[in-house]
Design a protein around this ligand. Structure first.
Ligand code: MTE
Ligand code: MO
Length: 382
């Protein structure tokens, strides 16, 4: 693979893998509601493609449709534009902590393989109408049930072929699900790292389904058979290891579970005497909001409810933003802590799902979806 044309990146990013480039910011960069592009995690499976002739770039929409079409970026920009605030989270977020109980396979991540951005683009539901599939369809007129997204990048897992994924047609055609073909991020033209010229954003779902550098959209009968849908990004029980794994026994992971992390403290930290700020993010998948965030300074024996907020620093007129129901909420509590504190955060979503208290119960060999209570140790400086 050729990594000679990678874009420039912010020097403060923590690089977890160089080629393909995988990097996250320091966790403190996640304390603003909208994550700046430079500090938004970057997760790739191959070199960043070069699209230098935007005039010739186009997305084909085909498969089980009566009349396939090819749309230029200019035609996509002419469709109604939506600005959706959505949190993108890699299924591998917090993997490093999971590998501490037992080794897992995959790129290591701290708590920052996640970010919240304003994605601007056309709704996939509107694009699919152009090929005769109406809003809120359970199948296309020709019997398609899934919508596949194929990229122009090349990755070794696909034997040099493109990255791909699919979502059910019902989600793709439901305008309320806000699936976007995004050409803007935080009001700027999408940059190369994040999918220039066009990427998919599937809100509320693990990042792996938000295909970057979109090349084609196919209406298909069965779920996409690509590596990342069939042999990766599945949640296995702790009893499954590399000798007894059977990929076909599990479904492709879509929605992510309720998650939160503390971003004002390191995993092991020394704090000044007095009040300590415990703040971070909380988010749930599938459009479920955050009902509550509890924090503890004694390892989870006693709890206090944190304050929650969204927006605030949004660089947009509020009516320009179509929705922020897919966005994280930030939480904050300012508390006196004991001398040797174990500080914990746990979020509860609107369906009353709660994060599990320890990582052992959700350990899985690929190290995905570590949503266990985020615990950090804070020692008071003398
Ligand atoms: N799309 C393509 N074409 N190639 C990729 O490697 N990685 C996926 C997804 N889309 C990927 C992709 C994964 S696993 C994640 S978590 C997100 O993109 C990361 O998006 P970001 O780099 O914009 O943060
Ligand atoms: Mo990911």
């Amino acid at each position: 693979a050729d990594y000679s044309e990678e874009p420039p990146r912010h020097p403060s990013l923590k690089v977890n893998a160089k080629e393909p480039f995988n990097a996250e910011p320091h966790r403190s960069a996640l304390l603003s509601y909208i994550t700046p592009i430079d500090f938004f995690y970057k997760r790739n499976h191959g070199p960043i493609p070069v699209v230098d002739d935007i005039e010739r770039y186009g997305v084909s929409v085909g498969g089980l449709v009566k009349k396939p079409i090819e749309l230029s970026i200019f035609e996509i920009r002419k469709l109604p534009k939506y600005n959706v605030v959505a949190t993108l989270q890699c299924a591998g977020n917090r993997r490093t902590a999971m590998s501490k109980t037992r080794t897992v396979k995959g790129v290591g991540w701290d708590v920052a393989a996640i970010g919240n951005a304003i994605w601007g683009g056309a709704k996939l539901a509107d694009v699919l109408e152009l090929v005769g599939i109406s809003h809120s369809s359970t199948y296309s007129p020709l019997g398609g049930k899934h919508v596949e997204f194929v990229s122009i990048d090349k990755c070794k897992e696909e034997n040099g072929g493109p990255y791909k994924a699919s979502i059910p047609i019902r989600q793709a055609t439901n305008p309320e699900d806000d699936v976007l073909l995004a050409y803007e991020m935080n009001g700027e033209t999408l940059n190369r790292d994040h999918g220039f010229p066009l990427r998919v954003i599937v809100p509320g779902v693990i990042g792996a389904r938000s295909v970057k550098w979109l090349d084609s959209i196919n209406i298909i009968e069965e779920e996409c058979q690509g590596f990342f849908m069939q042999k990766d990004y599945k949640m296995f029980p702790p009893s499954v290891n590399w000798d007894n794994i059977n990929w076909f026994t599990r479904k492709a992971q879509m929605d992510f579970p309720v998650q939160s992390a503390i971003c004002t403290l390191e995993d092991v930290d020394v704090v000044k005497p007095g009040k300590v700020t415990i703040a971070g993010y909380a988010v749930s998948g599938g459009g479920r909001g955050i009902e509550r965030v509890d924090v503890s300074v004694d390892g989870g024996k006693t709890w206090l409810e944190a304050e929650r907020y969204q927006r605030g620093n949004i660089p947009y007129q509020s009516d320009d933003v179509h929705t922020d129901k897919w966005a994280w909420v930030l939480f904050k509590a300012v508390i006196d802590i004991p001398e040797n504190a174990v500080v914990v955060a746990k979020a509860v979503d609107t369906a009353s799902n709660v994060q599990p208290d320890n990582v052992e119960v959700i350990w899985n060999l690929r190290g995905i979806l570590n949503t266990s209570w985020h615990k950090v140790q804070a020692r008071r400086a003398p």
